[in-house]
Design a binder for this molecule. Sequence first.
Ligand code: URA
Length: 208
Amino acid sequence: MSVTEVRHPLVRHKLGLLRDVETDTEMFRRLVNELTLLLTYEATKDIALEQVEVETPLERTQAERIPGKKVAVCPILRAGMGMLDGVLSLIPVARVGFIGLYRDEETLQPVEYFVKLPADIADRNVLLLDPMLATGNSTAAAVDTVKRAGATQITLIALIAAPEGIANIQEQHPDLNVVVASIDARLNEKGYIVPGLGDAGDRLYGTK
Ligand code: URA
């Protein structure tokens, strides 16, 4: 499994603003969008290109492009939805799948309530979106879901990960790639990442 913590100054700066309890919902959404865009840049760095010919104003030349049938982006509901536009603004041709999971607050285990994936997901690079890789149980369940549908190349884009979640995923899905803005200190007894940013869904949607 590869885990990349993106150390770019823009990412560090925006992450600091995102963590701040004083950051309001509107700004929080905007920062999630911008951070996802920056992480997508890293997450797609090895994507295969095809050669094409284009006519510049001066002459014909070889150029490269991402083939149409390449990417499926799958937010894990609900907080992953806050990251979707960030990916689509860079890869507008991506197909979108949805994986609905909620965390049972007592067992901390994921419960799947909705899945809708592109029919040809097996032919695509899958970008799973979930802002918080906490226990890793939801991520593992989402990876199981896309693997059952035939996906083989899977990358999780997350904003913050806990070391415990990374270890859990490493054990269950050693073939997963993870791109994250920060690996934080630990999980607390309620399954929150510390220092973290609180409940990402609540902060994105203004719920409590
Ligand atoms: N989910 C969140 O939104 N925040 C955490 O810290 C852990 C899981």
